[in-house]
Design a binder for this molecule. Sequence first.
Ligand SMILES: [Zn+2]
Length: 314
Amino acid sequence: MSNSARLSVVVHTEEEFDWNAGFFASNNGVNHGEELIYFCQELIALGAKIVFAMDYAFVTSAQGQAVIHHFKTHHANDVEFATHLHPWVNPPFAEQDEVHEKDSYPGNLPAATEQAKLTILTETIENQVGYRPTTYLAGRYGVGENTYRILKELGYTVDLSITPFTDYRHQHGPDFTSFNNEEVITDDIRCITHSTGFVSYLAPFTDYLNKKAGNLDRLNNNLIGKILLKLLGVRKVRLSAEGYNSKDMLALSDSLIRLGVQHLLFSFHSPTVKMGITPYTKNMHSLNAFKRNTSEFLTSVKVKHSLTVKDTAK
Ligand SMILES: [Zn+2]
């Protein structure tokens, strides 16, 4: 069993938007800066290291800049500033305000457009934080066939976009069904996955499902397999308190660590820290559950190191 697993907290640091109401260039408001500072300070006090993967709307907003300034000044060793591309709020802009869902995934854009947007975003972040970001998270996990070449050209070394066992093709997104949580290298970019997998009532069975992409699908293809999955309480879990409880997240972490995964990513979207914005924290009750599951998980997960991604690349 590996005892050197690491954990990073990854924040999709972005504007507030209604995830079911379309994608608009003009929808770029950031009004959760204070709540974000407060919440992330608490996580740092628990020993967490935070990667702020920031999009253009956030980095160019007044509250976003206050957040950057705060963590740069008071917690420089506990945070990493990274890049998160939401193409619909990132110049160069399209002529229309509304962007089709297909074009909300940066990897679906023509290579020159993806490159132009990523170049502007990278330089904007560099100007604001004082160093060039080297870690990337695609908006909507949308990496595409040109993404890794572009990242390499811009000096990136790490990508956090792969979401194992998951298929976003029904909404024009990428297909990650062939990935488990092992790191892969594409065009010299290290791909650390957004930790995602399965849990069940039986640890060895949980490990079997997480070991190889396709093991669950094989069981799902026949009636006996389907009954087995049901009897063993199999469910898909992501290391995120946005809809997942600390017990399931700990079970998934234990399984991934047993399988030798070296780097776990726990993530959430920045607007979730303020009540009433994202679907996960619509009221005080769900906001409290989100906070409780986050702190329970971070204080119980059995990792040796809590690191930013940048630390691991040294
Ligand atoms: Zn995002």
